[in-house]
Design a protein around this ligand. Structure first.
Ligand SMILES: NC(=O)c1ccc[n+]([C@@H]2O[C@H](COP(=O)([O-])OP(=O)(O)OC[C@H]3O[C@@H](n4cnc5c(N)ncnc54)[C@H](O)[C@@H]3O)[C@@H](O)[C@H]2O)c1
Ligand SMILES: [Zn+2]
Ligand SMILES: [Zn+2]
Length: 351
């Protein structure tokens, strides 16, 4: 088959590789119909994720059709259409039983992290992919949900919802600020309304992203390049600060911005992946009764989000800004890698 293979920092190739085969009885093989590229894939290509080694097929998002099932798989069959979760999980370890499969202890090669596809084992940017622990890691795709919508349930929608909105404990009437209007921040904005936020304020430096945020559920938008950006946000509250501040960028400055916006008693939910140490101004925060949360997506809310997509209450197909055939995936990377110029949000890649 053909696959997108990582060959060390800055190097990737769409090339011939052996077809994947069942290894464990709980595996299935999925023919990938639709996949997409995540910001994390760009981090890998920069060499930021050294656990990804030369020869690895990238990708942890996808929708496909099962072509082969291991002998222990009972509830999935050849021909089933499925969403491939970015988190694969054994379903029975202590973390899986605590609804935290992000830290599944039974994963191949990495005890304690459920993200293995396109990381520690070959991923979804290929014609076929082997999915371990298939029964607890795949979701059957109901008729009537498009691949474009479904592929957003592999990673970005559960991430924005679980790590942003749910960890942030958004409740009816809350004013929610989301720092970073990339796919993950926009997914948090799209799902913050589910808990009845009264205002959802998008904050970004990129004018295009700030403007588009209102199509994804934001009620207000602020460009944080403006000197008085903070006053603009505070003016959208009762003056005391936002109830929930979601950080969806992953740099020290934006985490600090989130902690500056929060009102006493509020919650700062960090979603961004940080590569550097971040200053925590506990000298200012200790007196404010704020909670700060962190997390890696578990994707346990995918079935719930899928029900809302099916009902038309969530429309994640809006994230699809560009379409490419699978054999032009390197062009898709180029477009996604220049998002500020190309205005790419999610590039959808179809077989
Ligand atoms: N916790 C998890 O489980 C999890 C899962 C997936 C992704 N993530 C992380 O979430 C973060 C967001 O992902 P994404 O794909 O949306 O990223 P992205 O790079 O597409 O979007 C980031 C946005 O932040 C904006 N930005 C950059 N610097 C800024 C600044 N100083 N002030 C305001 N805005 C700024 C950019 O303009 C961009 O729109 C990343 O760090 C990613 O690694 C976390
Ligand atoms: Zn991802
Ligand atoms: Zn587990």
């Amino acid at each position: 088959m053909k696959a997108l293979v990582y060959h060390g920092p800055g190097q990737k190739a769409w090339q011939d590789v052996p077809d994947p085969a069942i290894i464990d009885p709980t595996d299935v093989i999925v023919a990938v119909d639709t996949t997409t590229i995540c910001g994390t894939d760009l981090h890998i290509l920069k060499g930021d994720v050294p656990t990804v080694t030369d020869g690895r097929i990238l990708g942890h998002e996808g929708v496909g059709t099962i072509t082969e099932v291991g002998r222990a798989v009972r509830t999935l069959s050849v021909g089933d259409r499925v969403i491939i979760s970015c988190i694969t999980s054994c379903g029975v370890c202590s973390y899986c039983r605590q609804q935290l499969p992000a830290h599944c202890l039974d994963e191949e090669g990495a005890s304690g992290i459920g993200w293995v596809l396109g990381h520690l084992i070959d991923g979804t940017q290929a014609e076929y992919v082997r999915v371990p622990f298939a029964e607890s890691s795949l979701h059957r795709l109901p008729a009537g949900v498009s691949d474009e919508a479904a592929v957003m349930l592999s990673d970005i929608l559960p991430t924005g919802f679980e790590i942003g909105v749910r960890n942030g404990r958004v409740k009816p009437g809350d004013v929610v600020a989301v720092v970073g209007a990339g796919p993950v921040g926009l997914a948090a904005m799209m799902t913050a309304g589910l808990y009845g936020a009264s205002r959802i304020i998008a904050i970004d430096l990129d004018d295009n992203r700030v403007e588009h945020a209102t199509d994804f559920g934001a009620t207000d938008a602020v460009n944080s390049g403006a000197v008085e950006w903070k006053d603009q946000v505070l003016a959208m509250t009762d003056g005391l600060g936002v109830d929930v501040a979601i950080e969806a960028v992953g740099v020290p400055l934006t985490f600090e911005m989130a902690t500056e916006l929060i009102r006493p008693g509020g919650t700062v939910a960090n979603v961004g992946v940080h590569g550097r140490s971040v200053e925590l101004k506990l000298q200012d925060l200790w007196i404010k009764d704020v909670a700060i949360t962190t997390g890696l997506v578990s994707a346990t809310t995918t079935p719930m989000l899928l029900r809302l997509v099916r009902q038309g209450r969530l429309t994640p197909e809006k994230f699809a800004s560009h379409q490419f055939p699978l054999d032009r995936i390197t062009d898709a990377y180029d477009t996604f890698g220049r998002a500020a110029e190309t205005k790419a949000l999610k590039v959808v890649i179809n077989r």
